[in-house]
Design a protein around this ligand. Structure first.
Ligand SMILES: [Zn+2]
Length: 348
């Protein structure tokens, strides 16, 4: 969204108008991010049951977030549920921009054409174009556990139109696709960075009102706007207001309106920090790996730490199962959650 952990904010609230919501201060000329955050949040919420509280909550969250990153150099198979060939090729072309910086391979092709999703087809990212379902993506390897794992509402035609009947401008459409694939690479929303300090800037009554308009209760609003708590699993840089993962929210959402540092105009391109950060998460083979005993100077940016080797992932699955058991989650539920977690972390 404009949500990666989610994205371009101005766009986000506007998106709500495309669906059933009637958020204030929107112009429906942009896609919206808010809608995109919801399924991603649901995926994480399932893996982090509400019954877990206190210190174990931070531990479970840490394990979950670490397992959501792809392996360095991994080939990520992408398929499409429908859409015209031109639309599929547009998505592939734009999303591939990430590969200039991240050492992963988005593989969109099968037999010389964009790959179509088939049941049991083994694709990692499954892209749908369902109308009125918003723009969203499941974060990182969780994409394997959901089908579709990403939705790009009304982008599945040769010439996408906005809800107001106007042709969708190329730049915001491109930015939304980059944003959603940023989520698919494991990036979180920059405005929720532990370093963003937006909690004190937001007018929460206004936020809950907008949330109610798109069917969100307070818990859901908090989950998508509240600052993430700093913990060992997060790899956050100095906050980047230019990030493609930063929401562009309407000024009415902030106590200080446009004077708030959390108010940003729409970011349409990958920022310099987006590029260097994703390159640090998925470093190229030729890049030297610097090992230092010094504490990191940059604190966090809302994204997961570098992918762990597969063996470490097995340890994460074991740790996850152990934490759920210690938290008193019932056996059947634990077993289902561990299976989902294993699929996301190990692809099996
Ligand atoms: Zn987003």
């Amino acid at each position: 969204m404009r949500l990666a952990v989610v994205a371009r904010c101005a766009a986000c609230v506007a998106i709500a108008t495309v669906g059933s919501a009637t958020a204030e201060d929107t112009d429906n000329s942009q896609p919206s991010c808010i809608a995109s955050t919801l399924p991603a949040a649901q995926a994480q919420v399932r893996l982090i049951p509400a019954e877990i509280k206190g210190a174990p909550l931070a531990q479970v969250r840490g394990v979950v977030v670490r397992a959501l990153t792809w392996k360095r150099g991994e080939t990520i198979k992408v398929c499409f549920h429908g859409g015209t060939r031109k639309a599929q090729e547009r998505v592939a072309r734009i999303a591939s921009e990430w590969m200039q910086y991240a050492n992963v391979l988005f593989d969109f092709e099968e037999g010389g054409a964009p790959r179509l999703c088939q049941s049991g087809g083994g694709s990692d990212i499954k892209v749908a174009f369902e109308d009125n379902k918003g723009w969203w993506s499941v974060p990182g390897t969780s994409s394997r556990t959901q089908d579709p794992s990403m939705n790009l509402q009304f982008y599945g035609v040769d010439a996408p139109m906005l809800a107001n009947g106007q042709p969708a401008p190329e730049a915001p459409m491109r930015a939304t696709i980059l944003h959603e694939f940023g989520h698919a690479l494991g990036l979180l929303h920059e405005h929720q960075s532990p370093n963003a300090n937006c909690d004190v800037e937001i007018d929460w009554d206004a936020a809950y009102k907008i949330g109610a308009g798109i069917g969100w209760d307070k818990v859901q609003v908090d989950r998508n706007f509240r600052q993430l708590t700093m913990n060992v699993s997060l790899n956050a840089t100095k906050v980047d207001r230019k990030s493609i993962m930063h929401y562009s929210l309407p000024p009415s959402l902030f106590k200080r309106g446009k004077q708030s540092p959390c108010f940003v105009t729409e970011n349409l391109e990958l920022s310099e920090q987006d590029r260097t950060f994703i390159a640090s998460i998925y470093p190229k083979a030729e890049a030297p790996i610097v090992v230092s005993s010094a504490p990191p100077t940059a604190v966090t940016r809302s994204a997961v730490k570098r992918a762990a080797p597969n063996d470490d992932r097995k340890a994460l699955v074991e740790r996850y199962a152990e934490l759920l058991k210690l938290s008193g989650i019932e056996a059947d539920k634990t077993s289902n959650l561990v299976a989902e977690f294993r699929k996301a972390a190990l692809g099996q």
